[in-house]
Design a protein around this ligand. Structure first.
Ligand code: FAD
Ligand code: EPU
Length: 347
């Protein structure tokens, strides 16, 4: 167990210079029990972090930040599948690289997504036509109140677009400790995503998809070590077939994906229609190469980032009647804050 000084700057990818009462890195479950009993049971606020790549600290945090570094990757195989049991503090991108190196192919479309393996299940990470739910067999969670470990099947996790049961029913007092991942030995490339569908289905290799995805991601998404960010700030909105068709009549170039009669509209495009690309407030800015990403350009404060997020929410909402939902988790001084207390509108 390592206890750090109380600056959270290197524990959130926005690079915000906020503090916590204590920052404690845990590497095994016993350390977690110990901390929980010593601090958290005494009603001191706490939060568990992986790599802090999907959080916005709104203020200094008046509690304990537990950094999850529960490590371990265990692989076994059946005739048709690879089965991985991965502890939740492993790094996601390192796992993708590790599997490919071992000749286990399938996770390549999810390359270069920051964060830990455990957190990946919370918002069902997704990119380039693939999401975690395509591979997740189970998630092991521990109830911190009674130390009971439960295994949830993929169906029980209720995975949806950037959503799962870990964002509601199992949100408080549970820690994700491990994931079961199943990968078919019959590899099939997934090049359905617009940016990939020029690739040759018959000759492309998993290694090529991996490097291609790393290359396009590096072009569009800023490296948090250079410009702090948390990836897409908002989710792409899902709208009814009726509204989607109506919007297309006015904006025939609107980018969208139509699935099960639901339109998923590009939030970046909606933001661009409001002329907000490169919009600046204090040290924060809407990224020039991708409008869904708010960056810490130079010593931004939480309030600068939040100001821009609220500006986007209001502009897009007022122009299109579409009220965006943040993907990034908002952390106040005593714990997570529900987006509705910050982003709201009068109907
Ligand atoms: P954190 O930010 O540390 O935590 C996120 C939330 O989960 C917090 O509420 C935290 O309390 C909770 N939590 C963390 N660990 C646990 C645990 N073990 N048990 C219980 N609760 C826990 N996402 C995508 O889906 N697709 C992308 O393509 C993508 N690209 C990105 C690119 C960049 C540059 C960045 C910065 C982010 C991107 N993201 C993307 C978002 C982010 O990578 C994912 O949400 C990731 O899964 C977050 O992992 P983390 O470990 O950093 O979580
Ligand atoms: N676009 C714009 N303006 C921009 C950027 C993009 O109009 O500034 C339009 C383009 O037409 C483009 C379309 O938006 O074709 C889609 O853009 P992109 O392929 O970058 O994907 P996205 O919908 O913006 C989503 C995820 C990303 C994920 C990519 C790739 C969400 C909220 N975001 O972005 O995930 O990496 O697809 O699959 O679903 C994240 O969640 O943090 C994240 C980065």
């Amino acid at each position: 167990m390592i206890i750090y000084k109380n600056s959270l700057k290197s524990f959130n990818t926005f690079g915000l210079d906020v503090t916590a009462l204590k920052i404690i890195k845990i590497t095994n479950i016993n350390e977690l029990y110990y901390i929980w009993e010593k601090y958290c049971q005494k009603s001191i606020p706490y939060i568990i972090l992986g790599n802090g790549s999907n959080v916005l600290f709104l203020n200094h945090f008046r509690g304990i930040v537990i950094i999850n570094r529960l490590k371990g990757i265990y692989i076994n195989e059946t005739q048709n599948h690879w089965n991985l049991h991965v502890n939740s503090g492993e790094n996601w991108h390192q796992l993708v690289k590790y599997t490919i190196k071992k000749g286990i192919f399938g996770l390549e479309n999810l390359a270069l997504i920051p964060g830990c393996v455990g957190s990946a299940s919370i918002q069902n990470i997704g990119a380039y036509g693939v999401s975690l739910q395509n591979f997740c067999k189970y998630v092991d969670i521990m109830n911190l109140l009674n130390k009971k470990i439960t295994r949830l099947s993929c169906i029980e996790c209720n995975f949806q677009y950037r959503n799962s049961i870990f964002k509601n029913f199992y949100m408080h007092n549970y820690i994700i400790i491990a994931l079961g991942i199943t990968i078919s030995k019959k590899w099939k490339p997934n090049i359905s995503y617009k940016d990939l569908n020029h690739l040759n289905l018959y000759t492309i290799t998993p290694h090529e998809i991996f490097s291609y995805i790393c290359t396009i991601r590096k072009k569009k998404i800023p490296n948090p070590k250079i410009y702090g960010n948390a990836g897409s700030f908002f989710k792409n909105p899902l709208v009814s077939n009726k509204l989607g068709i109506q919007l297309l009549k006015t904006f025939p170039n609107m980018p969208y994906i139509l699935k099960n009669n639901i339109f998923k509209i590009s939030a970046a495009w909606l933001i661009d229609q409001c002329n907000l690309k490169r919009y600046i407030k204090g040290g924060a800015m809407i990224y020039s190469k991708h409008s869904l990403i708010i960056i810490n350009k130079c010593k931004a404060k939480s309030k600068d980032i939040l100001y821009i997020a609220i500006k986007i929410y209001n502009c897009v909402g007022n122009k299109f009647g579409i009220w965006l939902e943040p993907e990034v988790r908002l952390i106040g001084s005593l714990g997570e804050v529900h987006p509705s207390s910050i982003f709201f509108h009068n109907h």
